[in-house]
Design a protein around this ligand. Structure first.
Ligand SMILES: Nc1nc2c(ncn2[C@@H]2O[C@H](COP(=O)(O)OP(=O)(O)OP(=O)(O)O)[C@@H](O)[C@H]2O)c(=O)[nH]1
Ligand SMILES: [Mg+2]
Ligand SMILES: [Zn+2]
Length: 291
């Protein structure tokens, strides 16, 4: 008999596989290399001589190397009024998610303190990204958040102190998760162990992505000329640009619908400024690597 499950933890040659609300400890079949099995992988497990054996791996939808995790489905980008959001980080995280086939979701935490960011976030992102305004303190919209996370593998990301740990603790109904532990840190040069694990509770699966250190735009697997493709808010109108290859960058205003919409305040001008910044950074990287 074979069981299908998801690898939620890995230590050396031991794997913990989540099967029907149970977690079982398994060894891989000799023909499978341990290093080739990632946390997040869907596997078939058989029982032989009282030992659970991972028989084979299912096809992956994606794989992240740092942190090592497979089949991540949602990236929960957390922001709050305090500390003030850095929207460049938000945009980079969105690009990171899209370029890996992961769905980004924006969670605006600390609604009990202020709702001041909601309007901007809705204007800049609301048309193409799900936005949930919550408070880890009062529990506001907690069920909406919970439902969004159900039956999906999600990771949390965002600046320090926005409340990622507070939200994760609530979702996992844990009092113990250490602050700073279960978060995708937006920091540079901090050496964290590259361990990864998925925490399961009530059909919610949250990847501990503490090894996910910097979100340097140079790490984005995007060539500068592909950048417009990752802006759903621009793609909606790009057929109205004069040239189908419009980058919405150097083209004259009369030829670019995106520039016109930015000028008319129909598209957010700050997000467009960030777009141009990211475009330049990716272009410089491309020139460096392709001569
Ligand atoms: N008022 C209020 N405070 C909150 C809320 N959520 C979190 N906090 C507080 O904000 C601070 C930071 O929360 P954390 O959960 O540690 O933030 P974090 O995003 O995990 O931060 P790092 O681990 O450093 O990345 C703590 O003092 C929390 O108690 C909220 O909804 N409302
Ligand atoms: Mg934390
Ligand atoms: Zn254009």
């Amino acid at each position: 008999m074979e069981l299908k499950g998801r690898v939620v933890k890995k230590l050396a040659d031991d794997f913990w596989v989540h099967v029907n609300n149970d977690t079982i400890k398994c060894k891989p079949r000799g023909t499978l290399k341990s290093s080739g099995i990632y946390v997040g992988d869907i596997v078939d497990v058989s029982l032989q001589n009282n030992l659970y054996i991972i028989e084979n791996l299912h096809k992956r939808t994606n794989i992240l190397i740092r942190p090592p995790i497979a089949n991540l489905q949602q990236l929960i980008i957390v922001i709050s009024s305090v500390p003030k959001p850095d929207y460049m980080i938000v945009d980079k995280l969105i690009l990171f998610a899209y370029s890996h086939g992961i769905t980004p979701i924006i969670v605006v935490n600390k609604q009990d303190l202020s709702e001041s960011e909601n309007q901007y976030i809705n204007f800049a992102y609301g048309k193409f990204i799900k936005i949930i305004c919550v408070s880890a303190k009062t529990g506001q919209n907690f069920y909406e958040l919970k439902n969004t996370l159900k039956n999906k593998v999600s990771a949390f990301a965002g600046q320090s102190a926005v409340g990622k740990s507070a939200l994760i603790n609530m979702l996992l109904e844990k009092e113990t998760a250490v602050e700073g532990e279960l978060s995708v840190k937006i920091m540079r040069g901090k050496n964290t162990t590259r361990h990864s694990e998925i925490y399961c509770h009530d059909d919610i699966m949250i990847a501990d992505t503490s090894g996910f250190t910097s979100l340097d735009e140079r790490l984005l697997p995007i060539a500068y000329y592909e950048l417009p493709y990752y802006y759903p808010d621009y793609n909606e109108y790009k057929s109205e640009c004069k040239y189908s290859s419009c980058m919405h960058f150097n083209e004259p205003l009369q030829d670019c619908k995106i520039k016109q919409l930015v000028n008319d305040n129909k598209l957010d001008k700050f997000r467009y400024e960030r777009y141009k910044k990211i475009y330049k950074i990716l272009e410089e990287k491309w020139v460096r690597t392709h001569g």
